[in-house]
Write a protein that binds this ligand. Sequence first.
Ligand SMILES: Nc1ncnc2c1ncn2[C@@H]1O[C@H](COP(=O)(O)OP(=O)(O)OP(=O)(O)O)[C@@H](O)[C@H]1O
Ligand SMILES: [Mg+2]
Length: 272
Amino acid sequence: METVELQKGTTVSDPLPSPALTGTSQVLVSARGLQKSFHDRPILKNVDFDMHRGDITVIIGKSGSGKSTLLRALAGLTEPDAGEIRIEGQTVFADGARTKEWDTLSGDVGMIFQTYTLWPHMNVLDNLTLAPRKTRGMAASEARDRAEAALDEVGMKHHILSRSTQLSGGERQRVAIARALMMKPKLLLCDEITSALDPPVAAEVLDVLRRLKEEDNIAVALVTHDMAFASKAADRLVFFLNGEIAVNTTPDEAFENCSNAELQKFVDAVRF
Ligand SMILES: Nc1ncnc2c1ncn2[C@@H]1O[C@H](COP(=O)(O)OP(=O)(O)OP(=O)(O)O)[C@@H](O)[C@H]1O
Ligand SMILES: [Mg+2]
């Protein structure tokens, strides 16, 4: 049986075939043949998708093209009808169901949404520690230590006892990132997290994501409608069209040498 070395000391059998790696990064997540229909309408049509450690992969595409559905499938919030998902070579979804490996690897995946989804009546510390303590049985002292470290990473430790209603939009989104960091994820899925923020604040959030990918080697997937933001943020740019990945390229290639007429319309919108 074919084997591949993924990390020092780990070998995994029968890897999914992957396209060439970008730079020195390695594949963290592989999805193959993902399909999902809602009410008999195909939303994901045979999607193949890789994410690499230390890369920000920006996903763009028209409204309704399936971007959030893809992220939700990777996060375990939506079950695809068919296809396979692997994290570090281990199958976490196959044959229409999560595998037992997902139970241990789900903590590797964090997801953040456009709306901050923080509890308004709780302070920042409680917002971060509630789920790990209640659903993962984490001890209060460990939860507090992790919360302090996560808030430090996003520059929000001084707000640990603030209520979320006392924070600005950018601060709330940084707290939402910190909350996603509580389980020390290797993959961060961000669905339009800067859409409600003005450009300088969006840039601050991007700085946080960049630091996470550079210092912690986290893989980031970022869905956005903001092409200027996409061009700044992306190591890879994925263009979604009608439930399929129409283009998967570098931002330079997309902006300077675009091969897809529909993507070109998005590119032109930035130059407008
Ligand atoms: N739970 C659901 N039940 C029924 N239809 C759904 C469900 N989730 C998504 N859809 C449909 O699937 C399609 C794709 O939705 P999705 O949210 O993935 O698009 P998107 O690319 O993220 O769009 P946007 O840019 O507007 O966020 C939409 O037509 C949507 O209505
Ligand atoms: Mg969406």
